[in-house]
Write a protein that binds this ligand. Structure first.
Ligand code: SF4
Length: 397
């Protein structure tokens, strides 16, 4: 039996047994998609910001590279060829998310896709990997070029690119959903997500941050009907917790960047050790951009351009907003090894937070490969950081 599928199913049963129906349903969806591609259904391998709503219109399975790599890392499906794969014909110094995905293809854990689709936002590594891998396997490469400037024309140009991608799929795949259906599903999902976000702001710490890290790739599934039920179940579960919610007088942390995916209880261990709570993390934070029938591509483009990650200014303003709103006492940034997208903002972030009187620490490691994460150094570094947060001069409340 395929090891990755087996472990995903074990995780699904574990969450079902804990009555975490949203996690069980989320994993069930991934397993169904996994089964379809194993049975020979053609699929597209896509990068994170390629809007799922466009692909949901067509009879095409999609595997989001970072999500699949994340599942493999969390389930420790890592082979030696993973670390080496970027050296064997793929771009050098790439990110381990792509390296691991590449090793899943090389080791035949997942079949070769029928095409790669990449957006130039967020990072260059992802689209460059897709271009190289498509050339290697002699399959199509669809490129959505999002120019990362903050100008009036940015949304218009991105919308043109998204429409061109839609047209390419239209020529190759059968239409299975109407635009109206996909827009309705996406908007309903966004409305539930907005309610969840409001609950998280009103009741800091009500949602476990590890849940957010497991679920943030739902962003890619907003045009699909099962996403509604997953979000609805998550919202109901949070509403249940509200009944027993008490404001805890312990330091509140904001977690930025990634998390070591193979170290499931890291945040919980940190919360126990320092008597603190991670009340928010930036990856599960999407802007609430709804879609309209008349301006479908433009609205999708607006959602991308308004992302907290679209510019360093967006990101810093967003972080400062949450620091104020949630009365944050300290900020941790986990920088992914070899990521040239999020870690370069650290110096600016550090000075912005220093100006706001908020202790900040950067931790380093690799979300995918455990051998690049020094856990002893991690705790030592945090010991000094928490002296500043808890009892030092930096406490914001
Ligand atoms: S971790 Fe960084 S380099 Fe890797 S896929 Fe994400 S943004 Fe790109």
């Amino acid at each position: 039996m395929n090891q990755l599928r087996h472990r995903m199913d074990l995780a699904r049963r574990f969450h079902d047994a804990k009555l975490e129906s949203y996690m069980g349903k989320f994993l069930k969806e991934q397993i169904n998609s996994f089964d379809h591609i194993q049975d020979g259904k053609p699929y597209l391998a896509a990068t994170f910001y390629v809007p799922g709503e466009i692909i949901a219109l067509f009879d095409a399975e999609v595997v989001f590279i970072e999500r699949m790599a994340g599942f493999a890392a969390a389930n420790r499906i890592i082979s030696a060829s993973g670390v080496m794969s970027l050296l064997s014909g793929m771009p050098a110094c790439g990110c381990s998310y792509q390296a691991l995905f590449h090793s899943l293809l090389a080791d035949k854990i997942i079949p070769i896709p029928s095409g790669f689709v990449a957006s130039s936002f967020a990072c260059d590594d992802a689209w460059m990997y897709c271009r190289a891998a498509a050339a290697k396997y002699k399959i199509p490469f669809y490129f959505v070029d999002i120019v990362q400037t903050v100008e009036e024309s940015t949304v218009r140009c991105a919308a043109v690119q998204l429409k061109a991608f839609y047209k390419e799929l239209e020529g190759k795949y059968r239409v299975i959903s109407s635009l109206g259906e996909v827009i309705a599903a996406s908007n309903k999902a966004m409305a539930i997500k907005e309610e969840i976000d409001n609950l998280r702001i009103s009741y800091p710490g009500i949602m476990d941050s590890m849940e957010s890290f497991k679920l943030f790739t739902l962003y890619n599934d907003f045009g699909k009907l099962p996403t509604l039920q997953i979000l609805q179940d998550l919202k109901s579960s949070i509403q249940e917790r509200v009944k027993d919610y008490k404001i805890e007088k312990i330091p509140r942390l904001l977690w930025l960047g990634m998390i070591p995916l193979y170290r499931n209880s890291l945040l919980r261990d940190m919360e126990k050790r320092y008597q603190c709570r991670v009340v928010f993390e930036e990856l599960f934070d999407f802007t609430h951009q709804y879609l309209t029938y008349e301006r479908f591509f433009e609205d999708l483009a607006k959602r991308i351009v308004s992302s907290p990650f679209f510019s360093v200014e967006n990101r810093i303003n967003n972080i400062l907003h949450y620091v104020r709103t949630l009365k944050i006492d300290g900020v941790v940034h986990f920088s992914q090894r070899n990521c040239r997208f999020l870690p370069p903002a650290v110096p600016l972030l550090r000075s912005s937070l220093e100006n706001a009187g908020i202790p900040f620490v950067e931790m380093q490691g690799d979300a995918i490969y455990p051998e690049y994460f020094n856990e002893t150094a991690f705790w030592e570094h945090l010991d000094s950081f928490f002296e500043m947060v808890d009892g030092g001069t930096g406490c914001a409340r």
